[in-house]
Design a protein around this ligand. Structure first.
Ligand SMILES: Nc1ncnc2c1ncn2[C@@H]1O[C@H](COP(=O)(O)OP(=O)(O)OP(=O)(O)O)[C@@H](O)[C@H]1O
Ligand SMILES: [Mg+2]
Length: 249
């Protein structure tokens, strides 16, 4: 289980994370919601070591992993989808995955040795299979659709063999059809890989459809945590974020 306790982070006078305590049980699918600027991405940055915490703790099982380097956090089994800009635009889809698989072992430069290992290629093909991207294997990354780039993004995170996968707005910028396809992919990968999945999402139809637990942030503080049913009926959450007319699917 991943847990955070009394986590805080400020930027100058802005309190981005304010004394947040949360648990993410093993194998669960949780989402983090809240208005723009509520501190959702900052929370991810604190968990993954991208930002140093001001105070509080991040724990994986019984181990204190607060303020470890991003690389060490990845080695502990916590991965996050990269931003699309991190995809190597001139490599093929398969080469990108191979490169990421190698970076896990600090061997990325070996990709450019012509006779790279067969095992690595097989590992990349296995990933392509579970991502349902085999047909795009030899396509240059910059030529695949926005939606496929987002799936590849998740594939790159998966190549690091995480137990915990964190996705920050994986459906952003997608049309409705592509969006639901992405949701199906996320659910499928979550089950297949038995991941603990944490995601940030603005589309409430998606959040209420797939989450087991929902955590609501506002002004950096935790406003509410609960099942979709509990969150849907929480007056404070309705007033602060969902709105009176909200009807979950
Ligand atoms: N590196 C930074 N330097 C200064 N201020 C920052 C930094 N990162 C975040 N903030 C501020 O912290 C607050 C929380 O930002 P954060 O990006 O975590 O919000 P968010 O909930 O992810 O918002 P959104 O839904 O728009 O993505 C905001 O006021 C933001 O301006
Ligand atoms: Mg954000």
């Amino acid at each position: 289980m991943l847990s955070i306790s009394n986590l805080s982070k400020s930027f100058g006078g802005v309190v981005a994370t304010n004394n947040v305590t949360l648990e993410f049980p093993e194998g669960s699918l949780s989402s983090i919601i809240g208005p723009n600027g509520a501190g959702k991405t900052t929370l991810f940055n604190l968990i993954t070591g991208k930002l140093k915490v001001d105070s509080g703790k991040v724990k994986l099982e019984d181990e204190d992993i607060t303020n470890l380097s991003t690389r060490n956090i990845v080695l502990k089994g916590i991965s996050r989808a990269f931003q699309i800009s991190n995809i190597f635009p001139s490599l093929t889809v398969k080469e990108s995955l191979m490169s990421s698989l190698m970076s896990k072992n600090n061997q990325a430069e070996k990709l450019f040795i012509p006779f790279h290992s067969k095992a690595l290629e097989e590992e990349a093909e296995e990933l392509l299979e579970i991502l349902e991207m085999k047909s795009l294997s030899n396509v240059i990354c910059s030529n695949i659709s926005h939606g496929d780039q987002k799936v590849l993004d998740i594939g790159l995170a998966l190549s690091l063999d995480p137990k915990i996968l964190m996705l920050d707005e994986p459906t952003a910028g997608m049309g409705p059809e592509e969006r639901w396809k992405m949701v199906e992919t996320i659910e499928r990968l979550w089950k297949l890989k038995k991941l603990t999945l944490i995601f940030i999402e603005h589309d409430m139809d998606i959040v209420f459809k797939i989450s087991q637990r929902i955590h609501v942030l506002r002004y950096g503080s935790l406003l509410a945590s609960g099942s979709p049913q509990e969150i849907k009926n929480n007056e404070e959450v309705i007033n602060a974020y969902l709105g009176e007319d909200f009807e979950a699917v």
